[in-house]
Design a protein around this ligand. Structure first.
Ligand SMILES: NC(=O)c1ccc[n+]([C@@H]2O[C@H](COP(=O)([O-])OP(=O)(O)OC[C@H]3O[C@@H](n4cnc5c(N)ncnc54)[C@H](OP(=O)(O)O)[C@@H]3O)[C@@H](O)[C@H]2O)c1
Length: 313
């Protein structure tokens, strides 16, 4: 297989770390984009040692900060000048935490999980367009199942953190909304980038064992729930293998703008008024997603919102 250059965000733990190892073992050039160089350099060294691949690099990136993203993309361009695969794996998942914003006063879940991937992609798009097989993978979640509820709407004001106080803030709900917005962005981006030959995918992750460090980010009740879930989840390396297949396999070289499940199947939208059977299928990741994600008006709104929020001053 042709050797590719891949960026993996949030590569110091969990699925991102396992995916970095997988790409390194297969001989590709891996850029681990992590927010703490201190905490991540031991992980990088471990991956270089295990894979015997010297082309594993560590770069600083805070995916919630437009300033950090711009600095990262400039550095990346100068140092590597080539990009084939961009994996938006990093996510703010700190269940139970209070309302937080980034330096631009944008709510942290939306800033990290939606706006960050958008801005990194836009800033590196020309490098991807120059690749002969460019692929973008967005890490999704089966938490979007809540959108089977026809009453649930993405509130774009709340996405940017207009916390009114009449509804209690919840990272869980923000995370749920961010993953739906990211899926919509996947579809919109795939349309936009078709002419450039860049393929865009979203993987619906329905569980992967979470590290001790990740569990520590949750407040106690959420940590207890996650510990129980962990008993049933597959190791992160399993999902890393799925990342690898989507980003390199010939099976995905002619398609784009799809939501893929952990069995590497392309998922389909639900019918209107989905019944309980559809919901059960969604929970088990069996192949159906809420057709709310196909609303092109909302896809366009999110695309435009991301554009407006990232216009340089
Ligand atoms: N595990 C699951 O069951 C599950 C289920 C559904 C979806 N997912 C998705 O899978 C992806 C990977 O999650 P995981 O389970 O592997 O969890 P994880 O080990 O906690 O990985 C998340 C990574 O994102 C990084 N990150 C968070 N905020 C960041 C920021 N502002 N800038 C740069 N990096 C940042 C974290 O770095 P720090 O160490 O610096 O915090 C960490 O490396 C996420 O997109 C998540 O939403 C996971």
């Amino acid at each position: 297989m042709k050797k590719r250059t891949v960026i993996i965000t949030g590569a110091n733990s969990g699925i991102g770390k396992a995916a970095s190892l997988k790409f390194a073992m297969e001989g590709h050039t891996v850029i681990m984009a992590c927010r703490s160089l201190d905490r991540s350099s031991a992980v990088q060294n471990g991956i270089v040692a295990a894979s015997k691949n010297e082309n594993v690099y560590l770069e600083e990136l805070d995916a919630s900060s437009p300033a950090s993203i711009r600095a990262f993309c400039t550095r990346f361009r100068d140092r590597y000048g080539k990009l084939d695969i961009l994996i938006h794996n990093a996510a703010y998942i700190d269940h139970g935490s209070p309302h937080r914003v980034n330096d631009d006063q944008i709510e942290l879940t939306f800033a990290t999980n939606v706006l960050g991937p958008y801005l990194i992609t836009i800033l590196l798009k020309d490098l991807l367009a120059a690749s002969d097989d460019a692929r973008i993978l967005n890490a999704g979640s089966n938490i979007i199942k809540h959108y089977f509820n026809p009453k649930l709407e993405l509130e774009l004001d709340n996405l940017i953190g207009a916390y009114t106080g009449d509804k209690p803030f919840s990272v869980y709900n923000s995370y749920r909304n961010s993953k739906m917005a990211l899926l919509m962005l996947t579809f919109r981006m795939a349309d936009e980038f078709k002419k450039d030959g860049i393929r865009v995918f979203n993987l619906q992750i329905n569980g992967a064992k979470m590290s001790k460090e990740t569990l520590q980010k949750f407040t106690l009740p959420w940590r207890m729930i996650a510990r129980v879930q962990n008993l049933f989840f597959r190791p992160a390396s399993f999902m890393a293998g799925i990342y690898y297949e989507i980003c390199t396999s010939a099976a995905f070289s002619e398609t784009s703008g799809k939501l893929i499940n952990h069995r590497l199947e392309i998922m389909a939208p639900s019918k209107n008024n989905p019944g309980i059977a559809d919901q059960i299928k969604q929970v088990t990741g069996a192949g159906i997603y809420p057709n709310y994600a196909d609303r092109t008006d909302m896809q366009e709104k999110i695309w435009m919102l991301c554009r407006e929020l990232t216009v340089p001053e």
